[in-house]
Design a protein around this ligand. Structure first.
Ligand code: GLU
Length: 537
């Protein structure tokens, strides 16, 4: 049992310059799971200081992705809280107040070096043997009078942090990487306020973390090089530094840092490909953390009482999409039919639309090659994207109007789905009505190899099915067909495979008699008739 500590406060601090990516989502999950495990507070802060690239739309996308994943925040946008506002652009006064204190204590100084001067010095230093070692401190030694008069004269300037001379190594204990030490000489006097009055990332982040009482900063290790600089700011401001936990990288299957090159990287792309939020959270949690080294299925409630920083790995982890598919399949199988219907609604609607598009009657369609199948599977399919809006709305409404009908599809495919976006291809046949699209290979193999036998098998099944009264139980219907087949000396397989092809179009399909129950006897008979007319006549 992990001892709780309600004083713990963590934050997730995305910059709304793009969508919520896999790496960001994992950072959010770790902060959230840690806060929940400890009984602490999870803060969401939007770091929108990059005014060129930050957009309100991106903020909304991030909030939506967080909500979809189920990562509820205790303080932040929409939730409010006593440490607000939770957008950096609304916190400028707090940064100014901190800078004013640094000015008073002499820990910050104005720098009038122009960009051209700095660029020239940099180029010169880079060409020399020692290389560029950061700002050379020209303005650090200006007299207070000179600095004041140049400011009063309106000369453009930035404010820099004066790194104390003779400062020993900057040290901290990272909860993941252990003891860290950086030479202070390597840190030049960083800019904290720019010429236009805006504040730099390192300064704003430290002020916010301190003013929001953040006790643990859990973030990607791409920020590790910022941390010693931030430590200097904590010191200069007289703030207590939090505990840092830097998270190892997430790599693609080729061993390179996960990026667009590897395919989908934003959370919502995964949503649109039919991954369940619970599976995503479980999977991402394991990219760098483990419960006990073995357990792979870790539901949210377990995660939220077991997340310890001590169990975060130092080693980079590999994003294995096959494992994600497997895990998603496990979560799909463990859902109940109602939850599945709700989560699968867009794809069920898509299945209905695709199914209704099959041409009247029966026709033989070419069997897709393996490459075509793979291409279709890889193409992230956003349900409804290419359909007309009215048809789409009608299809969605049908799912909510006939929940029982759609719910009954769950046992047909629960064992066979890795992702919800496989639903249209797997279930469209239920929506063909009296029509049928016959897979070429199945027709050749099952119907035409011994056409005479297939025709009599279909005739036998047709007769039995036509004689069924009302809503027959699938097992009873199957038994009735089998007995009739036996009487005629046809084995079960020879009897039922033709029926499968005639009804579902393919020799591989979800359970046949359960399907027939959903399709209904009249449409089933029409499909058998259509198939016979098209290929056995
Ligand atoms: N806003 C920063 C980012 O999106 C995070 C800053 C931090 O976690 O300290 O990378």
């Amino acid at each position: 049992m992990i001892e709780k500590d309600p004083s713990i406060r963590v934050r997730f601090a995305p910059s709304p310059t793009g969508m919520l990516h896999i790496g960001g989502a994992r950072t959010a999950i770790y902060n959230w799971a840690f806060a929940r495990t400890m009984g602490g507070t999870f803060v969401l802060r939007i770091e929108d200081t990059d005014q060129v690239r930050s957009t309100e739309e991106n903020t909304q996308i991030i909030l939506r992705a967080m909500r979809w994943l189920g990562l509820d925040w205790d303080e932040g946008p929409e939730a409010g809280g006593s440490c607000g506002p939770y957008f950096q652009t609304e916190r400028t006064e707090t940064y100014q107040a901190a800078l004013d204190r640094l000015k008073e204590s002499g820990a910050a100084y104005p720098c009038f070096c122009s960009k051209e001067e700095l660029d020239a010095k940099r180029a010169q230093a880079e060409a020399s043997e020692g290389g560029y070692a950061g700002y050379d401190g020209t303005c650090r030694h200006l007299s207070a009078d000179e600095a004041r008069s140049r400011i009063e004269a309106g000369e453009p300037h930035v404010w820099r942090l004066a790194v104390p001379e003779g400062h020993g190594p900057i040290e901290f204990d990272d909860a993941v990487y252990g003891h860290m030490s950086f030479p202070a000489e390597a840190m030049d006097d960083m800019i904290i306020q720019r010429t236009d009055g805006t504040f730099t990332y390192n300064f704003a982040v430290v002020c916010d973390d301190a003013n929001m009482g953040i006790t643990h900063v859990i973030r990607g290790d791409d920020h590790l090089s910022n941390t010693p600089r931030q430590m200097l700011i904590y010191e200069a401001c007289g703030f207590d530094a939090p505990t840092f936990a830097h998270l190892p990288m997430i790599l693609g299957s080729d061993g390179h840092k996960l990026s667009k090159r590897h395919g989908a990287t934003s959370v919502e792309e995964y949503r649109d490909r039919g991954y369940l939020p619970a599976a995503m959270v479980n999977f991402l949690a394991l990219l760098g953390w483990s419960l006990d080294g073995d357990t792979t299925i870790i539901p949210e409630d377990v995660l939220c009482r077991s997340f310890e920083l001590a169990r975060i790995n130092r080693k980079d982890s590999v994003f294995d999409e096959k494992k994600l598919d497997w895990m998603n399949g496990v979560y799909i199988r463990e859902m109940d039919a109602d939850a599945w219907t709700l989560a699968a609604t867009p794809w069920l609607a898509q299945a209905a639309i695709d199914g209704a598009a099959v041409s009247p009657g029966a026709q033989v369609v070419p069997t897709p090659t393996q490459e075509e199948q793979q291409a279709a599977a890889q193409e992230a399919r956003v349900p409804g994207a290419a359909v007309d809006a009215q048809a789409w709305q009608r299809a969605l409404a049908d799912v909510s109007d006939r929940p029982g009908f759609y719910r009954a599809m769950y046992p047909l495919v629960a064992e066979r789905l890795a992702r919800l976006d496989e639903i249209p291809a797997k279930l469209a046949y239920l929506f063909w009505g009296p029509n049928v699209a016959l897979d070429q290979k199945s027709v050749d193999k099952v119907l035409l190899k011994d056409a005479e036998q297939a025709a009599s098998a279909l005739a036998i099944c047709r007769e039995v099915l036509a004689g069924l009264e009302g809503d027959q139980d699938p097992d009873a219907a199957m038994q009735a067909c089998r007995s009739a087949g036996e009487e005629a000396g046809i084995k079960a397989k020879q009897l039922l495979q033709p029926l499968r092809v005639a009804v579902a179009g393919n020799m591989v399909s979800p359970p046949l008699f359960e399907s027939i129950q959903l399709i209904g006897i009249p449409d089933t008979l029409a499909r058998i008739d259509g198939t016979c007319a098209a290929v056995l006549a």
